[in-house]
Design a binder for this molecule. Structure first.
Ligand SMILES: Cc1cc2nc3c(=O)[nH]c(=O)nc-3n(C[C@H](O)[C@H](O)[C@H](O)COP(=O)(O)OP(=O)(O)OC[C@H]3O[C@@H](n4cnc5c(N)ncnc54)[C@H](O)[C@@H]3O)c2cc1C
Length: 466
């Protein structure tokens, strides 16, 4: 679909000036590639920017930013395009699209990797796993390294190696004024504190440097599945069992209707199930020992936890979150899976109607909690679990029902919320952004924002208002 008539007419001379030195691709309404490049992951987001600047290097980023500053165009910054609320695109403005910037450079001796802002998780994993190394990151391979890292980064390796930001060594970033700066523990340290959780509020990151850690490449991983009607007992057992598991083990519990997929027996398709997804980041035999009590609990319908390449495990949830479906999310951190929380969870699990909707419950703790709460802008290191309620529809037709389920479930959990992870916010307003940081950190982030972006140029994000 084209909507050139509605897109703001760009200042022709400013556009010509940009085009004269721009090395990447400039895509405008009417161009054959416009629809392909304006699309983002969440199919419920359908926006029509006036210009998409597909950058291939720092100079392109800077030139695009300066065009937006000169013309007053609103700018959205895009890495992997997986912002749940679609904040990496906009109507009538400029999308600074970093997705072509895909360099991944590994230093095998120093155990570090430099990644461009267009790299996806599956791409950095493929490169680092070839050397038996890994950066802890998220659970869906087509998510962007950039947005995920800037919010914190939780995933399968978090209890062993911490959040993605806990392995971040430095960033290079273009500020709102167009200046290229580097930030690390000993250079622009306050900015480095802020980018580790403060999102895209302070500038456009053009390079991330991470520490690498040994992993696999074969890990003991996969889901163990029970019927949701057994969930009250499974969840109570799980809650007690995880208090004593090694940090090598990270689990994610998912309630949903069993997906139609080759790994799931046909008779289970569409039935309500609870799956405890496991990933043991250590020797397989140790993992077998650690997992035995869980595997022997109750009557699992199927046990799919086996030794496999970490790369294969990383793709486990990819079919659940394809590009283009309609997604609605509410997320809440809770301290623990109390009886009250479990009762709410089971009740709402049984109300799932869509074949796609469901809710991962991430197990936190371990290495995440060993970093001090004030060491990074990310907040919530002492939380027990992050509960992500995903209402997913194929099209607009079923979307209202899914949203209703999410809202109702989320409201029931609200009294138990201890915080919220900023990368799992939709467009929920300033109070929820404050929930994500707490009052003291929000003020510290505001001071940083006033220094690096006093005009709030970077405002299409979970915004810290200067
Ligand atoms: C299917 C799916 C699975 C997910 N799984 C996880 C998970 O396991 N763990 C987890 O922690 N999170 C997860 N998330 C949340 C994810 O971390 C955020 O949605 C994140 O913003 C996605 O980053 P992106 O680069 O793909 O997104 P984009 O939409 O491209 O960017 C999101 C925002 O990040 C900012 N941004 C992006 N690139 C830059 C840059 N280079 N410089 C400055 N700002 C920038 C911008 O403000 C932008 O609006 C998941 C999201 C999805 C959709």
């Amino acid at each position: 679909m084209q909507r050139a008539d509605l897109a703001t007419e760009l200042d022709a001379s400013a556009l010509n000036e940009l085009a004269s030195g721009f090395l990447g691709q400039l895509v405008r309404p009417g161009d054959p590639a416009y629809d392909e490049h304006r699309a983002v992951w969440n199919g419920s987001v359908d926006r029509f920017p006036s210009l998409i600047a597909r950058c291939i290097g720092v100079e392109d980023v800077r030139a695009a930013l300066l065009l937006a500053r000169r013309t007053g165009l609103q700018a959205a910054v895009r890495g992997g395009g997986h912002s749940f609320p679609g904040m990496s695109t906009c109507d009538d403005g400029l999308v600074i699209d970093l997705s072509p910037m895909k360099s991944v450079e590994i230093d095998p001796d120093a155990h570090t990797v430099r990644a461009g802002p267009g790299v996806l998780l599956g791409e950095i994993d493929a490169a680092t796993q070839a050397a038996g190394l890994a950066v802890p990151a998220g659970i869906v391979t087509h998510t962007g390294v950039a947005g995920l890292t800037l919010g914190g980064g939780i995933g399968w390796l978090q209890r062993k190696y911490g959040l993605t930001i806990d392995q971040l060594l430095s960033v290079k970033l273009v500020t709102a004024g167009g200046e290229l700066v580097r930030a690390s523990e000993d250079e622009n340290a306050e900015l480095f504190w802020g980018v580790r959780g403060g999102g895209g509020n302070f500038g456009i990151v053009t390079e991330f440097q991470f520490r690498l850690n040994p992993l696999g490449p074969i890990v003991l991983a996969g889901p163990i599945v029970w019927a949701t009607e057994d969930s009250p007992e499974v969840m109570r057992f799980y809650r007690d069992w995880i208090t004593d598991v090694p940090d090598e083990l990270t689990t994610i519990v998912v309630h949903r209707r069993a997906p139609v997929s080759t790994y799931m027996p046909q008779e289970l398709h569409g039935t309500h199930v609870v799956m405890v997804g496991c990933c043991y980041a250590g020797p397989i035999e140790e993992g077998e020992r650690a997992l035995r009590p869980l595997r022997e609990f109750g009557s699992p319908l199927i046990d799919l936890c086996t030794p496999k390449p970490f790369l294969a495990h990383q793709a486990l949830f990819d079919p659940t979150y394809p590009h283009g479906r309609w997604y609605y999310l509410r997320s809440r951190d809770v301290a623990e899976l109390s009886d009250d929380v479990i009762d709410i969870i089971v009740d709402d699990a049984l109300r799932i109607t869509s074949p796609h909707s469901g809710f991962p419950i991430f197990q936190l703790g371990g290495a995440i909690a060993r970093v001090g709460e004030d060491e990074t802008a990310f907040t919530g290191r002492m939380a027990g679990h992050t509960i992500n309620i995903n209402g997913i529809a194929e099209t607009a037709a079923d979307f209202d029902d899914q949203r209703e389920w999410v809202r109702r479930f989320s409201a029931a959990l609200e009294p138990h919320q201890t915080g919220v992870y900023v990368n799992f916010l939709m467009d929920e307003g300033e109070e929820r952004v404050k929930d994500a940081y707490g009052a003291a950190k929000y003020e510290r982030l505001r001071a940083l924002k006033r220094k690096y972006d006093p005009d709030n140029f970077f405002r299409l994000n979970q915004n810290i208002s200067p």
